[in-house]
Ligand binder design. Structure first.
Ligand code: ZN
Length: 321
């Protein structure tokens, strides 16, 4: 090949990569829950059709799949999961559907929060449903249950999600690799700006006032990243009821420390928090989006909107502590 021809070939390669041809059919992507679905859409652009199993305001912890969910998995090219025991039903469902799809674990590579052993309510919750032989009763490896799955509540981890999703989509659709990479870079730059904004907003609250009560323990990563202490009666799984004793302890703590920032989450049963509010005289600070987005016309239809909604309501409530 002459040098000119080589240059032409190299240029042609570059051009086809940069302006990746539209796929004849969009890549079929299934994401386990709404937050992952939104990040996947940002990264995929119009090269993929993203289906979400646990939709807006849905609780992935207690999700029960429908037959149509199994057929979505059977026909998918890529499955995107959070991992760390958040959606064990999806692994069972995908196996039953005999899918050939590529699996992407979005939280892979993020530094997981280890759950405390004993003395803490969520440890009780995740211990009692353990089965035999290194697996939970639901078939998920025990090790995954030792970690807090709510990794997305730190925007730095959202950046890891976007990167993992871009890599996974590129493997399933190599022609679109540069598109996914570029989309992920643009999106990650936006997340970085939002992360700085969150830090500057939280900094408005004196450190001693940064205490918040939520229904279930979904904000551990947020708390670690942004310097807020979250207390929750329902543990990380949102499934088991807290014991009367654990609830009484929490109510004592709220009274003693005069915590006023009480929140319900969009996907949790509000009754327990209403009881706590009555018992302590604290007012409800409003609703936080934790494990699911809102419908399109709600206050948190995207992952970034979730932070734009949650942060001001958290700051407002903590300032009253
Ligand atoms: Zn949760």
């Amino acid at each position: 090949m002459t040098p000119v021809k080589m240059l032409c070939a190299a240029l042609a390669l570059l051009l086809t990569g940069a302006a990746a041809p539209a796929r004849a059919e969009p890549l079929k992507v299934v994401a386990s829950f709404s937050i992952l679905g939104d990040i996947a859409r940002e990264v995929a652009g119009d090269r993929a059709e993203v289906t979400v199993l646990v939709g807006p305001d849905g609780d992935a912890h207690s999700f029960e799949p429908k037959p149509s969910d199994a057929s979505a998995l059977a026909n998918a090219d890529v499955l995107i999961m959070n991992g760390l025991g958040f959606e064990p039903w999806m692994i069972r469902l995908a196996a039953a559907a005999k899918t050939k799809a590529k699996y992407v674990t979005a939280s892979f590579g993020a530094n997981p929060r280890r759950l405390e052993e004993g003395g803490h309510n969520h440890a009780e919750n995740h211990d009692h449903d353990r089965g035999e032989k290194g697996h939970d009763a639901d078939g998920y490896p025990k090790a995954a249950r030792d970690f807090d799955p709510h990794v997305w509540q730190n925007l730095a981890n959202g950046m890891i999600y976007a990167q993992n999703i871009a890599d996974g989509l590129a493997e399933a659709d190599p022609e679109g690799a540069l598109v996914y990479k570029a989309n992920a870079e643009t999106y990650i730059a936006e997340l970085k700006k939002l992360d700085l904004w969150v830090k500057s907003e939280i900094a408005k609250v004196p450190a001693g006032k940064r205490k918040v009560i939520t229904t279930h323990d979904a904000f551990g990563y947020f708390g670690d990243a942004y310097g807020v202490e979250f207390l929750a009666p329902a543990g990380v799984s949102n499934e088991a009821e807290p014991s009367a004793q654990a609830l009484a302890r929490l109510i004592d703590q709220i009274r003693q420390e005069k915590i006023k920032a009480l929140f319900i989450e969009n996907m949790s049963d509000p009754r327990m928090m209403e009881t706590i509010a009555r018992e302590t005289g604290a007012e409800m600070g409003g609703e936080l989006y934790s494990d699911a987005l809102s419908p399109p016309d709600g206050p948190a239809p995207t992952y970034m909107d979730m932070f734009r909604h949650n942060v001001p309501v958290l700051v407002g409530a903590m300032q009253k502590n």
